[in-house]
Write a protein that binds this ligand. Sequence first.
Ligand code: IPE
Ligand code: IPE
Ligand code: MG
Length: 242
Amino acid sequence: MDRHAPVPRHVAVVMDGNGRWARQRYMPRFFGHKAGVDALVRAIDLFADRGVEYLTVFAFSSENWKRPADEVSGLMGLVLVAVSKYLGRIAAKGVRIRIIGDRDTMAERLQEAWSLAERSTAHNTRITLTVAFNYGGRWDVVQACRRALADGIDAEGLDEHALGRYTMLGDLPDPDLFIRTGGEMRISNFLLWQVAYAELYFTETLWPDFGAPDIDAALAAYAGRDRRFGGIPPMLAATSSG
Ligand code: IPE
Ligand code: IPE
Ligand code: MG
């Protein structure tokens, strides 16, 4: 891996702060989620323009079912609205869409909407947007183990590489940069396996306000990081005789 790459190939984002953004405006939380969808549509294009190849966003966690029923159903409905409102525009911009998460416990209409988004953008190559929906990092590791076992992989054959291939992003490079908006400094069960060596970036900006200045600040912070992957700084490596 190129440790000097100035632009991350893969960015993962916890899109947090929609509820607070709405509350600041004395509006219901759903208003914030709607604004959050608009922010995502803008962000995809901005990241693609800056050379990011893979953008993976956390839209609904395995734990978000704990929210009040009206918020949960509002979020589910918003997916249907967002797909019908934005899919054409996103597809025309060269975005390939993929969904990761537990599809089996999603309503059929939702599964169909996500499948449509995947099918109609499968040929696109400008940027890959992966939407984590009904996703949890622990669920991901468990489903990877199950699928590996079902494929007949035994204890001997189950190493990090083999199991990694069965995780939901097994065919993509690991995220280089992990961004969380909304000021909380936690992973909240997002890509636990995959963020092993991601650079972490937290911002107070609430997700609906996340725009070009925030993206540029995050990418600038990333460009200034010294990625070592457990090794020694490159300057020392150049002069080290081993
Ligand atoms: C993130 O915003 C969106 C989802 C989790 C679906 P929140 O809804 O968590 O917003 P805050 O954190 O309450 O402000
Ligand atoms: C993480 O945000 C999940 C998404 C952004 C989809 P939460 O708002 O659910 O996380 P916690 O509850 O603050 O940890
Ligand atoms: Mg939140």
